[in-house]
Write a protein that binds this ligand. Structure first.
Ligand code: MIG
Length: 781
């Protein structure tokens, strides 16, 4: 029939396969300047450059209009006054700060970013800023033979991303998580390049679906987006740590977490009744296995309606929460964004009446199917909705909840596309636009709503938020777990580079489901995974419905004892970990680090996937294969002491290290020190004794560290109620010399002194504390 109508000669018929052509920005025509901002009009579009600091520059290209510099959901920092000098010739323009130089050629318009010494960071050559008629914007950048790429948030595969390409589109991916599975739940369009020991960073602040291609060419890498502006920031470095400090200066750092959130978390999809939760808690107490948090997955709700409890399964949640709290355990319930379409359900009623749900442009609410059935989705892109949603959490905080777990916030929807219709219109705080543009920030803004709401309700206590989806800046509100992995050894292995790259992307508080979520775990895997989990920033055992239960005691006495030992070890290390979390909250540096962060000049570390650092001096080399009790460990520069055996290893080479199932190889660099506390009981998490363990090195070795402590749960530290010790440890001819260089803050811990002990086989005749020798050395507080 169609042949008979004009449809037969529809103009779009042959358009599908037409290749899209990139249009180059073309030659520079005119330029203007106002303050930190330079504005360029080119043949085919417009470019702005803005210096944020002397080490951060923003470049924005808009094909159609003068670039807009507002509206970012990731960036929280304004520009500062930066001294910029300008040199111009017929062919070139150079804009320079003390640390960065933009070399701009005029015909064609190309921007190459160098450091002050003229070393190229991000270069453009034959191709530069480009776009397509369909709205795609793209940057083509020179790839150097020695470039290695890191970051990109939550990605599978190895640490070094050279030779890979990635997409950013928050996606609910149940279980596969193969090396090629991409994208996952988080979109962090940021990476760091490491080239011969020197590092710089690039943040592509575009919330559309973006692509990063370090694979298709050896000469060039590209990043592109389906729409919006080509809007990116370059961070000068010059080393991995300064790059991350610069990136997190722009997008924010983690809030200092409560101590309890750094303890062990037990979860299951789901502990289905109050009795089950009580019995679970009781088991931990009886077995004397420390646990700080039990998570409640979706079964606690009444028909999966958020902000409700199922009255049969959980008849008295307030009492449950209070009783668990007396046992030293907090309850963290899950909250999904989908609100059940049910005209008798208060949250839905209010959402409709007050216009809080995402809608099509024509005014109809968008409905999608998730756990509760047909559901509406709050429009977190509007402040009024964020504050409404935040307020709803009084439902939980009123009965003693201090932490929330956000799931399904990509948002995940049970349909072909796995998410909301991209034509849905968001309010976006007065700048309405489609879900296609804002999809990747939905989870971030739900996190903001939840965190800020809880913070208001908790009377000065620190909220804990765990999220699955996010965008750059998510670290300001939430810790991130890496979603639905499986109980495979391969997933244990892959979790290390994934968590390390998240850390390099500003998200310091992360971890995978220990033991694996889907699939049946087994005794050995759970044991080895718990050893790693004891040192990942977020430490939660979680498993899926229909698969084996995997609490610490599920595989018999032998395994239970080993698992218990490592959960306890987590608590012994808490003083050290807490100090590192403090550092992360101040500098953005992750707690768990790839070796390249500490040894950026050592190329052997550039793609070292199966070892990691805790801070700058502790290295962990876990066993992540079945039946294996020996492994190769690469020791970077220095001399390393294995904690359990006292064995000393020379750096700059690989050693074979033995580790039975009960052993986790932990090495500390000689000439450094670390802090541990006595683990006491489940209820009282404040350490009674804290010990500074000094690992003597060569005479003259000096090491500086920060020890931080406070009440662990309130914001009192913001008004000075904390204790920060800057400690220097020096190895002398016949001993060690420990000095407190400074003590700050008004917090007085329960322990009155810090013991000082030495580790390893170097004979130590005496320990000096602040200049005097002592037989029982302590740092008095
Ligand atoms: O796909 O709430 O990633 O941790 O247990 C099911 C049930 C939805 C996905 C989460 C998982 C959680 C599960 N959720």
């Amino acid at each position: 029939m169609l042949q008979d109508t004009s449809f037969a000669i529809h103009p779009g018929h042959d358009q599908q396969s037409r290749p899209m052509i990139y249009k180059d920005i073309g030659a520079l025509i005119t330029k203007e300047q106002s303050g930190n901002r330079h504005q360029f009009t080119c043949e085919n579009g417009f470019v702005s450059t803005v210096f944020y600091t002397d080490t951060i520059v923003r470049v924005v290209m808009n094909p159609n209009d003068t670039p807009s510099l507002t509206g970012s959901r990731a960036v929280i920092t304004e520009t500062v006054d930066v001294a910029v000098t300008e040199e111009e010739s017929d062919t070139e323009l150079i804009l320079k700060t003390s640390r960065l130089a933009l070399h701009i050629t005029k015909t064609p318009f190309r921007v190459t970013v160098k450091d002050a010494e003229g070393y190229e960071l991000v270069g453009e050559g034959e191709r530069g800023m480009s776009f397509q008629a369909n709205g795609v914007v793209a940057a083509f950048k020179t790839m150097h033979p020695a470039d290695h790429f890191y970051g990109f948030g939550e990605k599978t595969g190895h640490l070094d991303k050279r030779g890979e390409s990635y997409e950013m589109w928050n996606s609910d991916v149940y279980a596969p998580h193969n090396p090629e599975t991409d994208p996952l739940y988080e979109s962090i369009p940021y990476f760091m390049t490491l080239r011969e020991g020197r590092a710089h960073g690039v943040f592509f602040d575009n919330t559309f679906r973006t692509t990063f291609d370090m694979k298709s060419s050896e000469e060039m890498y590209t990043f592109s987006a389906e729409g919006g502006q080509l809007d990116y920031y370059i961070f000068a470095g010059p080393d991995p740590k300064s790059v991350l400090e610069q990136y997190t200066y722009l997008t924010g750092r983690i809030p200092l977490p409560s101590k309890w959130s750094l303890g062990y978390h037990q979860s299951r999809y789901s502990y289905e009744t109050e009795e089950e939760v009580r019995a679970l808690a009781q088991q931990f107490v009886e077995k004397d296995i420390p646990v700080d948090v039990i998570h409640l997955d979706i079964h606690y709700m009444d028909g999966y309606r958020v902000f409700t409890f199922d009255k049969e399964r959980f008849p008295n949640p307030e009492k449950l929460i209070a009783d668990l709290r007396d046992m030293g355990i907090r309850v963290v319930p899950i909250v999904d964004p989908g609100v059940k379409k049910d005209s008798e359900y208060a949250v839905y009623q209010e959402g409709v009446r007050e216009d809080h749900f995402c809608k099509y442009i024509e005014g109809d609410i968008y409905f999608g199917e998730v756990w509760p059935g047909i559901s509406a989705f709050p429009d977190f892109t509007d402040e009024k909705v964020r504050s409404w949603w935040g307020d709803q959490h009084a439902f939980y905080t009123d009965i003693g909840v201090e932490g929330i777990w956000n799931d399904m916030n990509e948002p995940a929807v049970f349909n072909e596309t796995k998410t909301m219709d991209v034509t849905v219109m968001h309010g976006n705080d007065g700048r309405p636009t489609t879900h296609r543009e804002l999809h990747n920030v939905y989870g971030l803004l739900m996190g903001e709503a939840t965190y800020e709401g809880m913070k208001k309700q908790l009377n000065g206590k620190r909220p804990f938020l765990l999220t699955r989806a996010g965008y750059a800046g998510v670290q300001r509100y939430a810790s991130v777990w890496t979603g639905d992995n499986r109980s495979f050894w391969e997933h244990l292995q892959m979790s290390l580079p994934m968590v390390m790259n998240l850390g390099l992307s500003g998200v310091a508080f992360t971890g995978p489901d220990v033991g694996g979520f889907a699939h049946d775990t087994n005794a050995e895997l759970l044991t080895r995974w718990t050893q790693v989990g004891a040192f990942t920033p977020f430490f939660r055992n979680h498993s899926a419905i229909g698969f084996r239960y995997q609490e610490p005691w599920q595989f018999g006495e032998k395994y239970e004892q080993i698992i218990k030992k490592y959960i306890q070890m987590r608590y012994q290390w808490l003083p050290q970990l807490y100090s590192l979390f403090y550092e992360a909250s101040v500098t953005g540096l992750p707690v768990m680090r790839p070796l390249l962060m500490e040894f950026p000049h050592d190329e052997k570390t550039y793609n070292l996937n199966d070892q990691f650092m805790i801070g700058d001096n502790v290295m962990i080399a876990p066993i992540m294969q079945p039946s294996v009790t020996d492994r190769a460990v690469y020791m970077p520069e220095g001399t390393w002491v294995e904690l359990a055996t006292g064995e000393v290893y020379e750096g700059g080479m690989t050693h074979l290290v033995h580790a039975e199932l009960e052993d986790l190889p932990i090495f500390v660099k000689q000439g450094t020190a670390f802090m541990q506390g006595d683990w006491t009981s489940n209820v009282d998490k404040q350490p009674q004794n804290v010990t500074l363990h000094v690992v003597p090195g060569q005479p003259g070795d000096t090491y500086q560290m920060v020890y931080y402590d406070d009440d662990g749960e309130t914001f009192a530290y913001e008004t000075g109620v904390y204790m920060r010790l800057d400690i220097e440890v020096r190895t002398t001819e016949d001993g060690v010399d420990v000095r407190v260089l400074s003590k700050q803050g008004a917090f007085t811990p329960a322990y009155k002194a810090i013991k000082v002990a030495t580790v390893g086989q170097n004979p130590v005749k005496h320990v000096m504390i602040n200049g005097s020798v002592s037989n029982e050395p302590v740092i008095d507080l």
